[in-house]
Design a protein around this ligand. Structure first.
Ligand code: PLP
Length: 397
């Protein structure tokens, strides 16, 4: 029955109908271990009882009322996020893309406030920020831009992790107002920059009065072993975007800002019908409560570190494995071959995984996986990779 749907996805041939923690079941009752969490969304796993109870209770109380009125749950969630991240003000929306659109508008508005008529924003090669016209322009991937030209003006692209080009941009252009960067590139292949990168970016942005805008849509809400990946680097961005894991599957996004960036938007300059409604914000508050109470941020760091070591021990010397990298429960295994078919093979083996950037096996399991499940993911994924590479190495070139 997929004929009625626009073919924006090459869907795997399975219908997932039920979940419990890190396990999901298909319509035929077959069980899978989820090493993807809906692409970094279900940090608390599936059907979390507290989230389910909160959503049910709020659905029976007040789902929506519009941002023309005060929304206590939104105010509470805004304050919690601001405190956790070191930001001051929050704009709620429904997705990562909308959070990033908000960030771009803040940057441009901030530029105009500074008297810069054609503000430009620096973005990176290999980045992924979303699918709107502005965000596919900001993303550094020709594949998602092709066919949607003309692209949006006002972006300057630099290599990810490279500070020298940024310094050159700073020396040659006076209309740059902000840098938008992922602390770890997700769709781009779990690319982890050197430890010095984010602190140097912070310093460079301060020196040139640019806003540092970090897209933490995939890295945020505990996944990397800190509430926000920027905290590993000991810095605070001027603007941070989050979404994915904040609602554990209930759509919600947020753009956090501090300093001048927090004051850039005023009544009439931005808005949303659904964003920050009581249902989504109650879900978000419950997610933060559970993560905090169960110490899941530290657990993601420790368990992720163990998994990364285990993968390195098992696959580090295998021919055809180019790199194993990640932070916390955000792990990538880069191969020398295109390996998209591993998603299907994993499914057959009872595992949900992802392949991104053609050659990178991407794992983003729920933060609540237990030790046995973590070991099962390492073993299952390693076996799949080994078998796949044996075949590739044996195949005639
Ligand atoms: N930014 C990053 C880093 C992402 O990983 C994604 C989604 O994968 C987005 C932005 C876009 O988020 P959404 O699909 O919720 O619009």
């Amino acid at each position: 029955m997929t004929e009625a749907l626009m073919s924006t996805y090459n869907r795997l041939p399975v219908s997932l109908v039920r979940g419990d923690g890190a396990r999901v079941w298909d319509a035929d009752g077959r069980e899978y271990l989820d090493a993807l969490a809906g692409i970094a969304v279900c940090g608390l796993g599936h059907a979390h009882p507290e989230v389910a109870a909160t959503v049910a209770e709020q659905a029976a109380t007040l789902v929506h009322c519009s941002n023309n009125y005060r929304i206590p749950a939104q105010e509470r969630l805004g304050a919690r996020l601001a405190a956790l991240s070191g930001h001051e003000r929050v704009f709620f929306c429904n997705s990562g893309g909308e959070a990033n659109e908000t960030a771009l508008k803040i940057a441009r508005r901030h530029g105009h406030d500074r008297g810069i008529d054609e503000p430009n924003i620096v973005v990176c090669e290999g980045a992924f920020h979303g699918r709107s016209l502005a965000l596919l322009t900001a993303s550094g991937n020709r594949r998602i831009q092709a066919g949607f030209e003309p692209l949006v003006q006002g972006f300057v692209r630099v290599p990810y992790g490279d500070l020298r080009t940024l310094e050159r941009v700073a020396a040659n252009r006076s209309n740059v107002v902000a840098v938008l960067v992922e602390p770890i590139q997700g769709e781009g292949g779990i690319r982890v920059p050197g430890d010095a990168y984010l602190p140097a970016l912070r310093e460079l942005c301060d020196r040139h009065r640019w806003l540092l805008m970090l897209d933490e849509i995939q890295t945020g809400i505990g996944r990397t072993g800190a509430w926000f990946a920027q905290q590993h680097a000991g810095i605070t961005a001027d603007v941070t975007t989050v979404a994915k894991a904040l609602g554990n599957g209930v759509p919600i996004g947020a753009c956090l800002a501090r300093g001048d960036a927090a004051e850039a938007l005023v009544p009439g300059s931005h808005g949303t019908t659904f964003g920050g409604n009581p249902l989504a914000c109650r879900a978000g508050l419950t997610v933060l409560d559970v993560i905090e109470r169960e110490g899941l941020v530290a657990r993601a760091g420790a368990l992720g570190g163990w998994m990364l070591d285990a993968f390195r021990q098992r696959l580090g010397e295998v021919t055809g494995v180019r790199a194993i990298r990640g932070r916390g429960l955000m792990i990538g295994i880069e191969l020398e071959h295109d390996c998209g078919e591993l998603m299907r093979r994993a499914l057959d083996a009872g595992l949900l995984i992802n392949v991104t950037a053609g050659k990178v096996v991407r794992l983003l399991p729920p933060l609540v996986i237990d030790d046995q499940q973590a070991a099962a993911i390492v073993d299952g994924v390693s076996s799949l990779v080994e078998a796949f590479l044996r075949e590739r190495e044996a195949a005639p070139a």
